[in-house]
Unconditional design. Structure first.
Length: 481
């Protein structure tokens, strides 16, 4: 079994990026290790680092022959056995277990069948296993290598830098290793190639290389497709297409302004909640069937509804009764990259957030259809002024300028309340009485940074050990309310 040795530079990058679709950290060898081994073998392969804690900190581990023998025994006890290679990093007292994609999948351990899903190993149900066996032999679109491209010529460094900034990952000189660890490419015969995921996120002209992956937005007159008033083909990266599709919707949907008794500041409200529309677009580009080259992701606006749909119905293994409650990734690499940069909060929660946002905005419920296409239909509501509590000005004319008012969650509210002067991550977690570092980052810190309510004291080094956070002017104004 061939593998690439882990260099000190790559180890630093791995620790900075954290766990993902092809990376798992464990502090010690324990009974859960076989679960991780079969999950990687059933997916696209990966690495398990032994001696790293939940805070991505090296704590070291026992690297004796006894431990190596224990790991080998766990791998051979799987059915069928999982092929592994154990690499010792004596200077750091770490073990790196290299797990290739299994040649005789699916594998199982004594706890059952597992499959890698984002940064987690998910137990497979009977339906999952049946669908997995039926689908074996099919090529995963997002993991297919582009052997026809010179990756250095194809790569758009600005798109990569923008992504790294969103994901709080420092740029590295060894770009090939960086892309490998992100799941955007791979080495073959000692030569690095981008895969389809890398092209969709980081290539200069993604849709000129993959003609069917653009997003098409259209505005129609009336309730049918007889007359097109506006159309736009989005041909950027996945992230750009998500944002541009949202801008198209905000340009053509109605906006109202609300002045309440609580504040004289005008509040801008889109007729359909922005968070629901964003989730629908992300869902479409993330979970579409990219092997279907005869259709595009479509964003369509009619007088009475908005429809957002994509090629491909429910992924194999996901039953209709489990839809919205369980997650089965058709494109795990794409989903992993969206998760890293916080476009996805957690796997399988997008539909739930759409329902919640519509209820909170008192909008009609979304209509979901799936056969060969997956469709989300949003009925357009009629605004009714609440004259007893607010003076509402409604503009029925679409606007050309997008309006974006960040939503302040209760978690962000708490963070703004406890942040005094300049405080480090640990100080903030202590003030909030939190122990889960990942939860703090996802629910408190990242939304506050993205909303512009707080800022870093060392913005050019996001992962610095001396990093602290302080309120911005916007955050101070909000905290004072």
């Amino acid at each position: 079994m061939r593998y690439r040795p882990t260099t000190e530079e790559e180890l630093s990058l791995i620790l900075e990026e954290g766990e993902g679709y092809t990376l798992e950290f464990k502090q010690t060898v324990n009974s859960d290790l076989p679960k991780e081994l079969v999950a990687f073998a059933n997916a696209s392969g990966g690495r398990v680092l032994i001696g790293v804690d939940d805070n991505n900190t090296i704590v070291g581990c026992d690297t004796s022959n006894k431990t190596l023998s224990q790991i080998e025994s766990m791998a051979t006890s799987c059915d069928p056995p999982v092929a592994i290679h154990i690499e010792k990093l004596p200077q750091q007292e770490l073990l790196v277990i290299h797990v290739p994609e299994g040649a005789n999948r699916p594998h199982r351990c004594n706890k059952g069948f597992f499959l890698r899903n984002g940064a987690n190993s998910q137990k497979m149900s009977t339906e999952d296993i049946t669908a997995f066996i039926q689908a074996e032999g099919k090529i995963r679109f997002d993991q297919r290598l582009r052997l026809d491209l010179d990756w250095k010529d194809a790569l758009d460094s600005k798109r990569l830098d923008h992504y790294l900034q969103l994901a709080n990952i420092s740029p590295k000189p060894d770009i090939a290793n960086l892309l490998t660890n992100l799941g955007a490419g791979e080495y073959k015969d000692d030569q690095f190639y981008l895969n389809q995921t890398g092209v969709l996120f980081f290539a200069k002209e993604p849709t000129q290389r993959l003609f069917h992956v653009n997003v098409v937005c259209a505005l129609f007159k009336g309730t049918s497709k007889a007359y097109i008033l506006d159309r736009k083909d989005l041909t950027g990266s996945i992230l750009e297409n998500i944002e541009d599709a949202l801008i198209f919707l905000k340009k053509h949907l109605q906006m109202r302004w609300e002045i309440t008794e609580k504040s004289t500041r005008r509040k801008e409200i889109l007729e359909l909640p922005e968070v629901a529309l964003r989730e629908a677009i992300i869902n479409s580009v993330c979970h579409r069937d990219y092997l279907e080259e005869g259709a595009n992701v479509m964003v369509e606006i009619f007088d009475d509804r908005v429809e957002i749909y994509n090629p491909g119905g429910l992924p194999k293994g996901l039953q209709e009764k489990d839809f919205g409650r369980r997650s089965v990734c058709r494109n795990p690499n794409i989903a992993s990259l969206l998760l890293r940069c916080d476009y996805i909060e957690k796997m399988g929660s997008g539909i739930e957030r759409i329902h919640t946002a519509l209820v909170e905005a008192r909008c009609p419920g979304v209509k979901i259809h799936f056969n060969t296409m997956f469709s989300l239909e949003f009925p357009r509501p009629t605004f009714i002024p609440e004259t007893d509590s607010a003076d509402i000005i409604t503009d029925r004319t679409p606007h050309d300028t997008p309006h974006d008012t960040p939503h302040v969650t209760p978690h962000v509210e708490r963070l703004l309340t406890v942040l005094q002067g300049e405080m480090a991550r640990g100080e903030l977690m202590e003030a909030l009485e939190l122990k889960d570092r990942k939860n703090f980052s996802q629910e408190y810190l990242t939304p506050a940074l993205h909303g512009g309510f707080i800022e870093m004291t060392i913005p050019d080094k996001p992962k610095s050990k001396l990093q602290k956070y302080r309120l911005t002017d916007k955050g101070r104004i909000h905290a004072a309310k």
